[in-house]
Design a protein around this ligand. Sequence first.
Ligand SMILES: [Zn+2]
Ligand SMILES: [Zn+2]
Length: 153
Amino acid sequence: MKDSAKDNSTASLQMLRKICEQQGIRLTHQRLEIFKEISRAKDHPSAELLYERLKKTMPTISLDTIYRTLATFERLGLIKKVHVLYDQARFDPDTDHHHHFICVRCKKIIDFRWPEFDAMVLPEGTKNFGKILEQQAELRGLCQECLKKGEGR
Ligand SMILES: [Zn+2]
Ligand SMILES: [Zn+2]
């Protein structure tokens, strides 16, 4: 969770400008707006959801542009792709190591930190898989809202 959203967004915009400059990527108006939208999103939006939000202010933007831009941002390490949900990829502006709770009903994703998990030693056999890059937990269940709606069966 980001507490000081404002400071963070200024800092991440500066980072975006710097990285684009270094990588020779032109920071178009559309790319900038997509970045701002994903940066302030707290709900790990899909490309489709970002499209719905962005086309209100940018009627000419295409879903394809959003896909390609998100792929670029991911390659640059500015966002992360959450490889979890059934049909749509979801994107995370928080690239710091953290874990996810996923509601299987409404597909809400909630971030949490778990230092004890991070410190856990992996089972011996996992060495045979190759090189482990990240140790990430994913909890699945029903969120508070879905439970309240009595859909928890
Ligand atoms: Zn839910
Ligand atoms: Zn997250």
